[in-house]
Design a protein around this ligand. Structure first.
Ligand code: ATR
Length: 265
């Protein structure tokens, strides 16, 4: 009799979103697979446990995306370029690190638009902004990066062939898409707005990486200005779908995974 297959996530502060999406995906495909979020303080021991217990896959979250890299047998080229791993695939004890974060932002936007030559303003220059900017740059978007700490915007811009700017100096008429990749708007963190919504119009697409709340104050204000809005849950969904495909070698059942995510809200 075939044994059930286990996947999981390693994080200092586990959340239930990954488990909800992946388990819904397994059920939708009739797979006897199970996904468990693990609270981890020592990533080296968790990776050892993954080998010992034969976990097929593990999602890697804060704060282990960089420190996990030297513990693996191989790193996929994209993850190496990003300098971060958010996904480990275990094939008969051989552990390979991948990064699906950069895929999520691009696919979420591609539900609404093409990206080639689109002018995108990225707000933020942290890890999430780096993933979004990498994905959009690869799809041929033309990026402008602004950040509270300007030097970080400059560093990210030079890494992804973009330009850094000061927010007040950006002409929003020359921008097609604005992505909030800061934590501004996250419930419990800040209810400020990352960009004055009066600068947006019906010609803009506004996307947020924040998914709690599902509709941030900034997205609601952008929608009131007539902009097309895309919530952070679409990015989360698409990065999980890419993980799902790596683990199972099957196409992810997006609708079932999305329904599980929204039912958590
Ligand atoms: P993550 O990995 O989620 O991107 P991070 O690396 O800590 O987290 O980055 C958080 C981003 O949100 C940064 O761009 C940060 O700006 P700084 O680089 O200046 O710190 C931005 N950010 C967080 N709080 C902010 C605030 N109140 N106003 C403007 N930007 C903010």
């Amino acid at each position: 009799m075939a044994l059930p297959i286990l996947c999981g996530s390693f994080s200092l502060h586990p959340v239930s979103t990954g488990a909800a999406m992946h388990n819904a995906g397994y059920r939708a495909l009739g797979l006897d697979w199970h996904y468990v979020p693990f609270a981890v303080t020592n990533i080296a021991e968790a990776v050892d446990a993954m080998r010992t217990l034969g976990l097929r896959g593990a999602g890697i979250s804060y704060p282990f995306k960089e420190s996990v890299m030297p513990l693996l047998d191989a790193i996929d080229d994209d993850a190496a370029t990003m300098g971060a791993v958010n996904t480990i695939v275990n094939t008969d004890g051989h552990l390979v690190g991948y990064n699906t974060d950069w895929i999520g932002g691009a696919r979420a936007l591609q539900e609404a638009t093409t990206l080639r030559n689109k002018r995108v303003l990225v707000l933020g220059a942290g890890g999430a902004a780096r993933a979004v900017a990498t994905g959009l740059s690869r799809e041929g978007a033309v990026l402008t990066i602004v950040n509270r700490t300007y030097e970080k915007a400059q560093a990210l811009a030079s890494a992804v062939h973009a330009r850094a700017a000061y927010l007040d100096a950006v002409d929003l008429d020359a921008i097609d898409i604005v992505v909030n990749a800061t934590s501004v708007g996250m419930s419990g963190v800040s209810d400020a707005l990352p960009l004055d919504p009066s600068r947006l119009s019906a010609n803009h697409i506004a996307m947020d990486i924040v998914y709690k709340p599902l509709r941030t104050p900034w997205l609601l204000a952008a929608s009131a200005r007539g902009a097309t809005i895309i919530g952070g849950e679409r990015m989360l969904l698409h990065q999980a779908a890419a993980q799902f495909a790596l683990y199972t070698r099957r196409e992810a059942p997006l609708a079932a995974m999305a329904a599980a995510l929204t039912s958590l809200q």
